[in-house]
Design a protein around this ligand. Structure first.
Ligand code: MN
Length: 134
């Protein structure tokens, strides 16, 4: 592949239209490919069928919440253990970080989403600037 930038596929599981729009816009600007799910169940299905390189997981979802989605992704081995799950949440209270990590998340990003920092926050969690070009 030479020096060609590798394309990284993000699965975004997010029920809020504005957040999905914003995240897709920013990710695509940085050459990520984006697959969207609006519910936890749809997210599990797309995680299985799309083989994402990482997952952005809203915690506050209708029905199955993000913690349960993370738990199922890991317990049912729907994704490889090496695929990072990033919790995205506006209500990180004491103990939440541990709860997300225990469920199988690799880190979390706080809402509101900051367009100036979210890419570096994602890269810090997924581990490397070589997953997508600048
Ligand atoms: Mn939500």
């Amino acid at each position: 592949m030479g020096n060609a930038a590798m394309t990284s596929k993000a699965l975004m599981i997010e029920d809020n239209d504005q957040n999905r729009y914003l995240l897709r816009f920013i990710l695509e600007q940085h050459d990520f490919v984006v697959v969207e799910a609006t519910t936890g169940m749809e997210g599990l299905e797309l995680a299985r069928s799309e083989s994402p390189d990482f997952i952005l997981l809203d915690i506050q979802l209708p029905g199955m919440d993000g913690v349960e989605v993370a738990r199922r992704l890991r317990q049912e081995q729907i994704i490889a253990a090496s695929v990072p799950i990033i919790a995205v949440t506006s209500f990180a209270m004491a103990g939440d970080r541990e709860r997300f990590l225990e469920a199988g998340c690799d880190g979390y990003i706080e809402k509101p989403i900051d367009p100036d920092t979210i890419i570096s926050e994602i890269r810090a969690i997924i581990g490397g600037g070589d997953l997508a070009s600048d």
